[in-house]
Design a protein around this ligand. Sequence first.
Ligand SMILES: Nc1nc2c(ncn2[C@@H]2O[C@H](COP(=O)(O)OP(=O)(O)O)[C@@H](O)[C@H]2O)c(=O)[nH]1
Ligand SMILES: [Mg+2]
Length: 320
Amino acid sequence: MQPATEGRTPAELLAAARDGERRAIARLLTLVERGGGAADAIAGATHRLAGTAHVVGITGAPGSGKSTLTSALTTLLVAGGRRPAVVAVDPSSPLTGGAILGDRVRMEAATVAGVFVRSMATRGHGGGLALAVPGAVRVLDACGFDPVVIETVGVGQVEVDVVAAADTAVVVVTPGWGDAVQANKAGLLEVADLFVVNKADRPGASDARRDLDLMLDLTEVSGACPKRRPVIVETTATKGEGVEDLLAAIDAHHAVLVGGTGLEVRRARRLAAEVRARLDHLLGEAAGQALVEAGPVAGETTVETARRLAGRILGTGDTG
Ligand SMILES: Nc1nc2c(ncn2[C@@H]2O[C@H](COP(=O)(O)OP(=O)(O)O)[C@@H](O)[C@H]2O)c(=O)[nH]1
Ligand SMILES: [Mg+2]
């Protein structure tokens, strides 16, 4: 029988998790998602233990095959003797859970292969996704998983930011739906280190590749894209085709990062994004508190009220 997870301190859970106890890992991730004091304690305890894992972000439109691809990729990693984990960020409400169930089905192969897969809803976190995801990645990293793959839908700004903060950002498009153009609009062209044209078994894969190539040419000309030109890989995730090429491209990108200053730059950027998210959260809480304390306001404009309360929060202005 597995030991109980309740009643153990974050430090005890972490020790068990680092020994490979899956229930302890799952419990830590739940606490991280929930936010608050326990999440802060876990962030503190894992801070120095993490930093080894290659963090790979996989994003793209819903239905583009991210989960199928992630499953195939991580299954291949396990076959190669590596120990990947997955954080699948799902846009469904925690109430419906519909898409999460879909992810579970799609990730079945990976789960059978022993990959640690965690689905996270985009809502219902104390502190939001921008804190929950890096917190979860840090736990998995500290538990020795490498790489840690984050699957997220590339629609909202937070989701794009999460992938942009990965060491290697993979953007998935499919033939025939103008995905490449959509990805461009969503700002994914700038953050992509690698493109996957998935569903290459369908007509139009070479058109999608050409669209991407054209847009990359344009971004390069405009000088908005100082990083290396992203490689484009074609896959048929359902058949596992091209997945070895994808893995090779991911490893090659990692090697480039490790060989230069790329990894440090990415990690510094990731930490800065996380500090920013924490700051937003803390200030947001303080703002809510200040509003409650202020009670109904009258006799000044909304600008004046906001400035006065901001001054009070920051300790720089009116404290009355
Ligand atoms: N024809 C084809 N279908 C695929 C491929 N990859 C995924 N699919 C299908 O596309 C649908 C959505 O896949 P899923 O992995 O859940 O996409 P996600 O929403 O991006 O995670 C599923 O029905 C998959 O079986 C592929 O390479 N070719
Ligand atoms: Mg999915």
